[in-house]
Design a protein around this ligand. Structure first.
Ligand SMILES: [Zn+2]
Length: 276
C-alpha cells in the first residue's frame, strides 16, 4: 500500500516535471548572452518551420494512407485520434524549436555555427562526407534505440506513455512524444552551435527530411508491398515492423533502423521464441 502511494507520488512528480519542461526550455532564452529578442524571434521561426513541416506532412501522409496500402490492424472501429496526436506533435515541435533557436540566433548574430554549405568549409571530400554520414547515422540510431529501451523501463515509461496512447497510430503520431522524450530526441540540434563540429547542410537536411518521411510511413497504419520489401534490404524500419511496437509495446524498439533489435534480439519473433 505504502509502495503504491509512493509510486503514484513519484509518477505525479514526473508528470509535473514533463509538463513544466517546455516552459523551462523557453524561459532559458531570457538568459541569451547577447540578444534574448533575437533568440525568441529564432524560436518563433523554428517553431513555424518544424510544426508546419510535421503537421502538413502528416496530413498529406494520412490522406494518402486512406487510398493506398493494406490496413495492418483491420478496419478502424473508432475515428483516429488525430487531434490529440497533432496537439502532442505541436508540443514536441516546440521543444525541438527551443533547441534550434540557439544555432539560428548564433548565425543571425553573425557568429559561425557548425552547419556549412560547401564541402570546402566542411573540410571534407565527398567520400569523407559519405563516411561521416554513415557512421553518424549508426551513432544516432544506436542512441535512439538505447533511449527507447530506457523509456520502456518502469522508472521512465511515464515520459513515453503519451506516444503509446496511440495503439493504432496515424502519421500524426510519428512525432507525438512527450517533452522529456522530445528533449532526449532533439538535443543533438545543439551540436550545430559548435563551429568545429561541421555538418554539411545538404547531407544534414537530407537525413532529417528522410527521417521525417520514414517516421510518417512507420505510423501510417498501412503497408505498401514494394516499400516493405525494399526498406529491410537497407536495415531500415518498416510500417509493419513498427506497428507491432504500438500493438504489442514490449518488442521492436528500433526507430530509423532495425539493426539493434536484431543484435539485441528484441524483435517480437525473438521474444516469442524465447518464451517457448
Ligand atoms: Zn515505445
Amino acid at each position: 500500500m505504502l509502495d503504491a502511494t509512493h509510486g503514484s507520488k513519484r509518477r505525479g512528480l514526473a508528470e509535473r516535471f514533463d509538463a513544466a519542461l517546455p516552459f523551462a526550455l523557453t524561459a532559458v532564452g531570457l538568459l541569451h548572452p547577447e540578444s534574448p529578442l533575437i533568440w525568441f524571434a529564432s524560436l518563433a521561426i523554428a517553431f513555424v518551420a518544424i510544426a508546419g513541416t510535421l503537421l502538413i506532412g502528416a496530413g498529406l501522409s494520412a490522406y494518402a494512407s486512406l487510398f493506398y496500402g493494406a490496413r495492418i490492424q483491420g478496419v478502424r472501429r473508432r475515428p483516429p485520434p488525430i487531434l490529440s496526436e497533432a496537439g502532442v506533435t505541436a508540443q514536441a515541435a516546440w521543444v525541438a524549436a527551443s533547441f534550434a533557436a540557439w544555432p539560428i540566433a548564433q548565425s543571425w548574430l553573425g557568429h559561425p555555427i557548425g552547419l556549412v554549405w560547401s564541402l570546402e568549409a566542411a573540410g571534407l571530400s565527398l567520400w569523407g562526407v559519405l563516411v561521416q554520414t554513415f557512421f553518424g547515422v549508426l551513432a544516432i540510431d544506436l542512441w535512439l534505440y538505447v533511449k527507447h529501451r530506457l523509456l520502456h523501463t518502469r522508472a521512465l515509461f511515464v515520459f513515453h506513455k503519451a506516444h503509446h496512447a496511440y495503439r493504432d497510430p496515424t502519421p500524426f503520431a510519428g512525432f507525438a512524444v512527450g517533452p522529456v522524450e522530445s528533449l532526449m530526441t532533439f538535443w543533438p540540434i545543439l551540436l550545430l552551435c559548435i563551429p568545429e563540429a561541421t555538418h554539411w547542410g545538404p547531407a544534414y537536411f537530407g537525413l532529417v527530411l528522410g527521417f521525417i518521411v520514414l517516421n510518417f510511413y512507420l505510423h501510417c497504419g498501412v503497408t505498401l508491398p514494394l516499400i516493405e520489401r525494399t526498406l529491410p534490404r537497407l536495415w531500415l524500419n518498416t510500417s509493419a515492423f513498427h506497428n507491432i511496437h504500438h500493438s504489442h509495446v514490449r518488442a521492436n524498439f528500433g526507430e530509423p533502423l532495425t539493426l539493434w533489435d536484431h543484435v539485441c534480439k528484441t524483435r517480437l519473433e525473438d521474444l516469442e521464441r524465447g518464451a517457448r
